[in-house]
Design a protein around this ligand. Structure first.
Ligand SMILES: NC(=O)c1ccc[n+]([C@@H]2O[C@H](COP(=O)([O-])OP(=O)(O)OC[C@H]3O[C@@H](n4cnc5c(N)ncnc54)[C@H](OP(=O)(O)O)[C@@H]3O)[C@@H](O)[C@H]2O)c1
Length: 271
């Protein structure tokens, strides 16, 4: 897949670091204008500086779990650039803990960030994409939905991503007449440092369980590889739907926490 995205305006949620920032960089390299959305302004400003494309980037501070906030942010993008052609629903909250020990707040946060944020942003972008004559929504899922050996104690996270996938299938049908394509992009482990979200004791317990599934995992992807694959979804010809794409590392790698979160055996390119 290749192609210029010149003229397209694409919003990436969770774009201040990790996969979202890498996706923003790849979209810019293909010529798009990119609106980066996250909550914390200093990190967003850092991302803008790192991308060094002030004419084609915009930073918006909003919480995707608040429908009014994401709706207002998308309206701001359309007001600034006159259109929206695409949305990457990338915000997610990875978190492992045995269900029995999860607090109500943790469960609600998992649902808010991994499912409802995608629902609210999708709702808010539809009118903008329709006004542009069509477009694409790419919803980021996780290989934990299909591969039990990805990790352990991620049932709630994985269930929310499975909900995103079913939601996407229904929405794809609903929006077909508007020439709006809805894709699910899934991936295995990516070296983004997101393990920092995990509680150390819960992480240690999950690691122990993960080891019982076998001594090897499949390695880890680099964010730039994943970002490039997401950006490529937008370069398909109009009228061509990409329904589902899953990127996974493929190098048998001993299971150690370091091997899942640092420079990868499977994909050791620049990050
Ligand atoms: N990393 C992996 O191994 C992996 C594997 C498979 C799938 N995924 C999925 O890929 C996506 C990105 O993962 P990642 O590892 O790149 O994440 P990450 O490094 O933790 O980055 C998360 C981004 O989302 C933003 N964010 C968090 N909560 C938000 C909210 N409520 N509203 C708006 N922005 C919010 C963060 O900025 P603020 O905190 O400033 O808001 C940050 O920009 C997620 O959907 C994840 O489930 C990741």
């Amino acid at each position: 897949m290749s192609g210029s995205l010149e003229g397209q305006v694409i919003v990436v949620t969770g774009a201040s670091r990790g996969i979202g920032l890498a996706t923003a960089r790849s979209l810019l390299q293909r010529g798009a204008r990119v609106a980066l959305l996250a909550r914390q302004r200093p990190a967003l400003q850092g991302a803008l500086a790192a991308l060094a494309a002030p004419q084609r980037t915009l930073a918006l501070s909003a919480d995707v779990s608040e429908r009014a906030a994401i709706t207002a942010a998308l309206a701001q993008v359309a007001a600034q650039w006159g259109r929206i052609d695409g949305l990457v629903n990338n915000v997610g909250f990875q978190f492992a803990r045995r269900l029995e020990l999860m607090s109500e707040a943790e469960i609600r946060k998992l649902v808010d960030l991994n499912f409802l944020g995608t629902v609210f942003a999708s709702q808010a972008v539809i009118a903008h994409l329709r006004a542009a004559g069509g477009g694409r929504i790419v919803n980021v899922s996780s290989a934990t939905v299909r591969h039990p050996n990805e990790f352990s104690h991620v049932g709630m996270y994985s269930a929310c991503k499975a909900a995103v996938e079913q939601f996407s299938a229904e929405l794809r049908h609903e929006l077909k007449a508007d020439r709006i394509m809805v894709s699910v992009f899934s991936c295995g482990a990516v070296a983004t440092g997101s393990v920092a979200n995990f509680d150390p004791a819960a992480l240690a317990e999950a690691m122990q369980d993960w080891l019982t599934k076998g001594p090897l995992c499949d390695g880890v992807l680099q964010p730039h590889t994943v970002g490039e694959a997401i950006a490529a979804c937008f370069a398909l010809p109009p009228g061509v739907a990409l329904e589902f794409l899953e990127l996974r590392p493929n190098v048998p790698t001993p299971k150690m926490l370091e091997s899942t979160q640092t420079a990868g055996a499977a994909d050791a390119g620049a990050s």
